[in-house]
Write a protein that binds this ligand. Structure first.
Ligand code: GDP
Ligand code: IMO
Ligand code: MG
Length: 421
């Protein structure tokens, strides 16, 4: 079987981690290709709950290779902590490989992230993990990459050079300078731990593909956090749409077969930025409470709202999604009526696509279609036929509106609460 890519179609937290874990039953390799530990991917297995930030969500399946690709930005200290935590819980990390071309995140990136947010007129509400500054250094060609972990003398020089540059920025802005010796000691310890995992993951991935093995690319964040296509500037700093898998994993577009889009049955967003269907009423609170909508990385309450088919259609178009995994359908179980946003109204003009400017998106009001709810639990359904008729109709309607096909439905956080449509 060839290569499949799985991405988030909204603003992140669609349930990608759960889906990757489910799909990995039939997969030989999972590859993260962008983002960093801003991601929080939850996998529930039995009574155990794991939140992964950098390690691919295929790690719970024995023998599945888990690659952290060249497009990922990696905080070595956070990665070691995550791997050690997995090992302490009995999960082997022997199959992890870290790209020698992935850029590294250090304390100075996190501090620069915080400094930027503190001083900004337009706060982004970042996760504070140093993602933006690390990708900035990558683009500015002053980043430090995974391959340096194998050459500590060289890496130390690069690290001290960059830390000194950042310290000038911190001091100029009234922020305490970093103790570079202290930081280097920590980085060096993490580097020594990670050395044996550093590989040319591009070669590993392409060898698997050539051998006809099953490879799954695990997207982080979601379409509207994409640096190009998201609600700029309220976005992350990487390509979160399916095209990112090729650049961030080092594979050819020719090898990709299916594109999975994970789509929550409603919408959530963490951090700042426009969100047309956001609810500030009791319905919004119900979605948050029933859906457990609190950030897996930062614990922040997620903003909640109705399903936005304008956004959904746009992200299916961007990523070429041919298989939808609709998640958290069960969270809608208690609603008498459910709303679906079918278009936006911008000053009397009907919009069917996402506008480029956040000012327009903020001014746009959703045009809703109201459909009846189903008022009963879907958590035990294991086929489309076992769903209440109104839930079946809801799925059909959103698939029609976003112009794609529902292939998997998820009705709870556990592996078994998933079925093919
Ligand atoms: P990700 O970032 O896309 O991997 O998603 P997160 O892990 O940040 O957030 C999804 C949350 O929803 C996690 O707590 C999952 O355990 C949970 N979840 C996933 N699928 C379902 C589902 O179908 N129903 C319910 N109720 N929870 C789900
Ligand atoms: P997963 O993979 C939801 C959001 C942040 C902020 C913006 C920029 O779990 O779906 P950053 O730290 O990346 O510079 O923050 O992006 N954000 C996410 N929101 N899920 C995520 O990842 C996110 N990763 C970043 O809240 O608004
Ligand atoms: Mg998440």
């Amino acid at each position: 079987m060839p290569v499949d890519v799985l991405v988030g179609t909204q603003w992140g937290d669609e349930g990608k981690g759960k889906l990757i874990d489910v799909l990995t039953r039939d997969v030989d390799m999972v590859v993260r290709f962008q983002g960093g530990n801003n991601a929080g991917h939850t996998v529930e297995i039995g009574d155990q709950k794991y939140v992964l930030h950098l390690v691919p969500s295929g790690i719970f399946r024995k023998g599945v290779k888990c690659l952290i690709g060249n497009g990922v930005v990696v905080d070595p200290i956070a990665l070691v902590a995550e791997m050690e935590n997995l090992v302490s819980r009995g999960v082997s990390v022997d199959d992890v490989q870290l790209s020698d071309r992935a850029h590294l995140i250090f304390e100075y990136h996190k501090r620069a992230d915080a400094l930027r947010e503190a001083g900004a007129k337009r706060k982004i509400g970042t996760t504070g993990r140093g993602i933006g500054p690390a990708y900035t250094d990558k683009a500015a060609r002053v980043g430090i990459r995974g391959c340096e972990l194998l050459h500590l003398d060289r890496m130390e020089n690069l690290f001290r050079e960059q830390a000194a540059r950042y310290n000038q920025l911190f001091v100029a802005n009234g922020v305490e300078a970093l103790n570079v010796d202290e930081q280097w000691t920590k980085v060096k310890a993490a580097a020594l731990y990670l050395q044996k995992y550093v590989q040319d993951t591009v070669v590993t991935a392409n060898e698997f593909i050539r051998a006809g093995k099953n490879v799954l690319f695990e997207g982080a964040q979601g379409a509207f956090l994409d640096i190009d296509h998201g609600t700029y500037p309220f976005v992350t700093s990487s390509t979160t749409t399916s095209g990112g898998a090729c650049a961030g994993g080092g594979i050819s577009p020719r090898s990709v077969r299916d594109i999975w889009g994970v789509m929550k049955a409603y919408t959530t967003r963490v951090g700042e930025g426009p969100f047309p269907t956001e609810l500030f009423d009791a319905d919004g609170n119900t979605l948050r409470e029933v859906g457990g909508e609190f950030g897996a990385t930062t614990g922040r309450p997620r903003r909640c709202g109705w399903f936005d088919a304008v956004a959904g259609r746009y992200s299916c178009m961007l990523s070429g999604i041919n298989k939808l995994a609709v998640t958290k359908l069960d969270v809608l179980d208690s609603f008498e009526e459910i709303k679906i946003c079918v278009a936006y109204d911008l000053n009397g003009r009907k919009l069917h696509y996402m506008p480029a400017s956040v000012e327009d998106l903020s001014a746009a009001t959703p045009i809703y279609e109201t459909v009846p709810g189903w008022n009963c639990s879907t958590a035990d359904a294991r086929s489309i036929a076992e769903l209440p008729v109104n839930a079946q109709k809801y799925l059909r309607r959103i698939a029609e509106l976003v112009e794609s096909n529902v292939a998997i439905v998820s009705v709870g956080p556990r592996r078994d609460q998933t079925f093919q449509a």
